[in-house]
Design a protein around this ligand. Structure first.
Ligand code: ZN
Length: 503
C-alpha cells in the first residue's frame, strides 16, 4: 500500500456553499494560487453544470495554477460530465468527480430506484467520463456513511472496473462514529482486490455535524484511505468539513507512529487560513485548533514563564511550523510602502502598482486614526480595496447624534459615477443614515440582520459589520469595516445593494 497521502482541497466547492461566503472568480483564483503554494495535490474548483459562474471559475482556476490536479464535480448525468470536461479544458491535470447516492435513503427517496439500477447508473457515469480523456476519474458514493458495506464494496468494485481510480466514501451527514467509519474503510480495503493491490485508492470526505470530522478522517487514514477531502478553516455547509490544517498538523506531530508522506508546506497554513477567512468574511473562532487566534496564545501570556524556560513544557507544536510569525509585526504610519507589500505577501496577498498604492493610501489614513495596525487591519484594507470599483459608493457621511438630540445624517453617494446627496433624521444614527440613503436609492429593501464585531481590542479598534438586506424576496449579505461604527454599517448596507444591483 502506498504511504503517500493525497490532500484534496474542496474549499472552493464544498467549502464555498456557506450562505453569504460565496467568492467571485477573482477571489477564487487568489485562493487557488495560495492553495498551490500550500502544496495541495488536488483543487476541487467547482460544479460546472450548477451555474455559468461556477463553470467560469473552473475555467479560470485551470488557467491560473500549474501543478495541482484540477477537479470538477458532476452528478451521474451525461450533461454534467460534458460541462465538467469542457470547463477543465485548460487544466494541466484534469479530474472528473462523478457519483451518486448509495444509501437506502438516497436510493429509495431521492431516486425512487433500486440498488441494481443505481449500480448501473454509477458504472454508466464512470464509463461516460472515461470517454472524456481526463487524467483521472474519482467516484463518490454519496451518503456512504449510511450505506451497507457489502453493497458499497460491490459499487466500488464495479466503478473501478469502469475506470475510476479514486473512490470517495463521504460521511455526508456527519453521523458516523470514528471506529464505525474506520471499519467501513477497512472492510472495503479487505474486500475489493483493486484497493488492496493499490490499483485504486479510497478517499475520506467527512462532515463536522457532531464535531467528529477530523476524528473520522484520521480513522479513515489509519485504516487505509490515501486521499483526504478537506477545507481551509474547516469551512463548509452546516458545521463544515474536515479542516486541512488539523489533518496536516496531526500527521506532522505523529509522524513517528503514522508514517504517511504528504506534500503540505505547513508554514503556509496561517497565511492561507487568513486569506480564506478574510475573502469569505468568515471569522475563525479564537479557540479553533491550529489557526485560532488563541491556539498558541500561551507564547504571549498565560504560561509565558513555563514556555520561556522550555517550549516543550506546554507546546506540542512550534508556532513557526504553521507559519505563525512570533514577532507579529505591528505596523505604523512610519512603515513604508515596501514594508506593507512585504506584510501583505506574508499574509498571502500579492499586490503591485496602482492597487498597492491605493491600499497604502488607505493604510496611512487608518494608521493616522489607529496608530498601530495589526494583520487583521491590513487584511481588511486589502479586502476593502476591491470595493473601490463598485456601482454604488459611499463618498461622505456626516452624523449628529447623542443623548437629548434628534439624530440627523447627511450622506453623499456616487451611483454609477454620478454624485447624489440627501439628509434625514431618524431614531438613531444608523436609522437616520439609512433613511437618507433610501432617498437616493429608491428600492424596496429591508435590513434583516446585522452583527458588529471588533477585530482586536481598544476603543480605537476597527469594527466589522455583517449585514443581511432583503430585496425582492431575496436575502443579500454585505460586509463593511471602519473605525467609525456608523460608517462601517452604511458600508455593509451598500455592499448588499451592490450585490442585488447585479441581478
Ligand atoms: Zn461534502
Amino acid at each position: 500500500m502506498s504511504d503517500r497521502l493525497i490532500f484534496f482541497d474542496t474549499t472552493l466547492r464544498d467549502g464555498e456553499q456557506v450562505p453569504g461566503c460565496q467568492l467571485n472568480t477573482i477571489e477564487k483564483i487568489e485562493v487557488a494560487r495560495q492553495l498551490e503554494q500550500l502544496g495541495v495535490d488536488v483543487i476541487e474548483a467547482g460544479f460546472p453544470a450548477s451555474s455559468p459562474g461556477d463553470f467560469n471559475s473552473v475555467v479560470e482556476i485551470s488557467k491560473a495554477v500549474t501543478w495541482p490536479v484540477i477537479c470538477a464535480l458532476t452528478r451521474a448525468v451525461e450533461s454534467d460530465i460534458d460541462a465538467a470536461a469542457e470547463a477543465l479544458k485548460y487544466a494541466k491535470y484534469k479530474r472528473i468527480h462523478t457519483g451518486i447516492g448509495t444509501s437506502e435513503e438516497h436510493i429509495r427517496y431521492k431516486f425512487n430506484s433500486t440498488r441494481e439500477q443505481i449500480l448501473e447508473r454509477a458504472v454508466a457515469a464512470v464509463r461516460y467520463a472515461a470517454k472524456k480523456k481526463v487524467d483521472e476519474i474519482e467516484f463518490y458514493a454519496e451518503d456512504a456513511g449510511r450505506t451497507d458495506n457489502e453493497y458499497l464494496a460491490r459499487v466500488t468494485e464495479a466503478v473501478i472496473k469502469a475506470g475510476a481510480t479514486i473512490i470517495n466514501i463521504p460521511d455526508t451527514t456527519g453521523y458516523c462514529l470514528p471506529d464505525e467509519y474506520g471499519a467501513k474503510i477497512k472492510y472495503l480495503m479487505e474486500h475489493v482486490d483493486a484497493l488492496s493491490s493499490g490499483k485504486a485508492i479510497l478517499s475520506t470526505h467527512c462532515h463536522n455535524d457532531l464535531g467528529m470530522a477530523t476524528a473520522n478522517t484520521m480513522s479513515g487514514i489509519l485504516n487505509g484511505a490515501r486521499q483526504v477531502e478537506v477545507t481551509i478553516n474547516g469551512v463548509g455547509e452546516r458545521a463544515g468539513n474536515t479542516s486541512l490544517e488539523e489533518i496536516a498538523m496531526i500527521l506532522k506531530c505523529h509522524h513517528a507512529t503514522i508514517p504517511v508522506d504528504f506534500n503540505i508546506n505547513t508554514t503556509r497554513i496561517c497565511s492561507t487560513s487568513r486569506l480564506v477567512s478574510s475573502l469569505m468574511n468568515m471569522p475563525v473562532q479564537p479557540n479553533k485548533a491550529i489557526v485560532g487566534r488563541n491556539a498558541f496564545a500561551h507564547s504571549s501570556g498565560i504560561h509565558q514563564d513555563g514556555v520561556l524556560k522550555n517550549t516543550q513544557t506546554y507546546e506540542i507544536m512550534d508556532p513557526k511550523d504553521v507559519g505563525l510569525d512570533e514577532n507579529n509585526i505591528v505596523m505604523t504610519a512610519r512603515s513604508g510602502r515596501a514594508a506593507l507589500k512585504h506584510r501583505l505577501s506574508i499574509l498571502g496577498i500579492e499586490k503591485d502598482g496602482e492597487a498597492l498604492d491605493r491600499i497604502y493610501e488607505a493604510f496611512l489614513k487608518l494608521a493616522d486614526k489607529k496608530k498601530e495596525l495589526n494583520d487583521d487591519d491590513i487584511l481588511m484594507l486589502a479586502g476593502a480595496d476591491t470595493a473601490a470599483t463598485k456601482h454604488v459608493r459611499l463618498d461622505g457621511l456626516q452624523v449628529t447624534t447623542g443623548k437629548g438630540v434628534t439624530p440627523i445624517a447627511a450622506i453623499k453617494l456616487s451611483v454609477a459615477g454620478e454624485s447624489f446627496e440627501a439628509a434625514s433624521t431618524g431614531n438613531g444614527p444608523l436609522d437616520a443614515s439609512i433613511k437618507a440613503l433610501k432617498q437616493i436609492i429608491r428600492r424596496d429593501m429591508t435590513l434583516k440582520e446585522m452583527t458588529i464585531q471588533a477585530i482586536s481590542k481598544g476603543s480605537d479598534d476597527v469594527c466589522k459589520v455583517h449585514m443581511q438586506v432583503e430585496n425582492g424576496g431575496h436575502l443579500y449579505y454585505g460586509f463593511g469595516s471602519d473605525t467609525d461604527i456608523v460608517t462601517a454599517s452604511v458600508e455593509a448596507y451598500i455592499d448588499c445593494i451592490n450585490k442585488f444591483k447585479k441581478k
